[in-house]
Design a binder for this molecule. Structure first.
Ligand code: CDP
Length: 227
C-alpha cells in the first residue's frame, strides 16, 4: 500500500505504546519516525547534568540562555545525541522520567523543542509522537491518533522495559511516575495533553502490534481512499 506524503501525529498518555506503534508505522510505510518526548528528556538530562535543576525539580532561569548552546539531534536508528554523545540510554532512566514533566511545562522549553520539531516536519512523510503534536505542533496533520490503555497495562509495559534495560524499578514507583506525569502533562498551561477533536482514538490495552497495524491500515485506506 502506498500512502501520500502526510504527517501522522500520535498523542496520548505515558507508556501507551505510542513510540513502538509509531516506529512500526514508519517501517511499514517508509516514513521518518520522530520522538518528540526524547527531546524533552534530552533537555531534562542536560538541565540535571549542568545543575539547572535541583532535586525538588526547581528550575534555574539561566537554563533559557543555556539552551541556545544545546545541540540535541537524532542520529543513527533515531537515537538521541547531545553533541557527539549518544544519550539514548540515559534519557529513558527513572531519574529523567521523574523530572521531565515539570521541565516540559516551562513555556520557553516548549518553544525551543517546537522549533526543532517543525523544522523536521518540513520534510513531510513523518510520523511523530508526543502529547501536543496534533493539537499544537502540527494542528494540520492529515492523520491524528490519540492513544490510551489501562493504567495497569501501561505500568507493566514500562516496568518490563526498564527491567530489560538493566534497571531495578519498583512497580509502585513506575505507577506513581505515570500518574504524576499524566497529571502535570494534562494540567499545564502551555499546550496541555488532550485529544484533538479530529483525532481517532485507539485503546490498545488488549491489542497486539499486528492488530494495531491492521487498525491503522484500515484507517488510512478509508481516509485517503486507497484500495
Ligand atoms: O514515557 P513516555 O514514552 O510515554 O513519554 P515520552 O514521550 O518520552 O515523553 C516524556 C515527557 O515529555 C512527557 O511525560 C511530557 O512531560 C513531555 N512531552 C511533552 O510535554 N510534549 C510532547 N510532545 C512530548 C513529551
Amino acid at each position: 500500500m502506498t500512502i501520500p506524503d502526510i504527517i501522522i501525529a500520535i498523542d496520548g498518555y505515558s507508556s501507551t505504546g505510542k513510540s513502538s506503534f509509531a516506529k512500526k508505522i514508519a517501517r511499514k510505510f517508509n516514513f521518518l519516525y520522530l520522538d518528540s518526548g526524547a527531546l524533552y528528556r534530552g533537555v531534562t538530562l542536560f538541565a540535571q547534568e549542568e545543575g539547572f535543576i535541583n532535586r525538588l525539580a526547581e528550575i534555574n532561569r539561566a537554563l533559557k540562555d543555556a539552551l541556545a548552546q544545546l545541540d540535541l539531534h537524532f542520529g543513527a536508528e533515531g537515537k538521541l545525541y547531545m553533541g557527539p554523545r549518544c544519550i539514548e540510554q540515559q534519557i529513558r532512566s527513572m531519574e529523567v522520567s521523574a523530572q521531565v514533566s515539570p521541565i516540559a511545562a516551562v513555556p520557553y522549553v516548549r518553544a525551543w523543542v517546537d522549533e526543532k520539531l517543525r523544522e523536521f516536519g518540513k520534510k513531510g512523510r513523518i510520523v511523530m509522537d508526543g502529547r501536543d503534536i496534533g493539537t499544537a505542533v502540527f494542528p494540520n496533520a492529515q492523520l491524528k491518533i490519540f492513544m490510551t490503555a489501562s493504567e495497569q497495562v501501561r505500568a507493566q509495559r514500562r516496568y518490563d522495559e526498564l527491567v530489560a534495560k538493566g534497571e531495578n524499578p519498583l512497580l509502585e514507583e513506575v505507577v506513581k511516575n505515570l500518574r504524576e506525569r499524566d497529571y502535570i502533562d494534562s494540567h499545564r498551561e502551555t499546550n496541555p495533553l488532550r485529544r484533538a477533536e479530529d483525532a481517532f482514538e485507539l485503546d490498545n490495552s488488549e491489542m497486539t502490534f499486528e492488530e494495531e497495524l491492521a487498525w491503522v491500515q484500515g484507517l488510512i485506506q478509508g481516509k485517503f481512499g486507497i484500495l
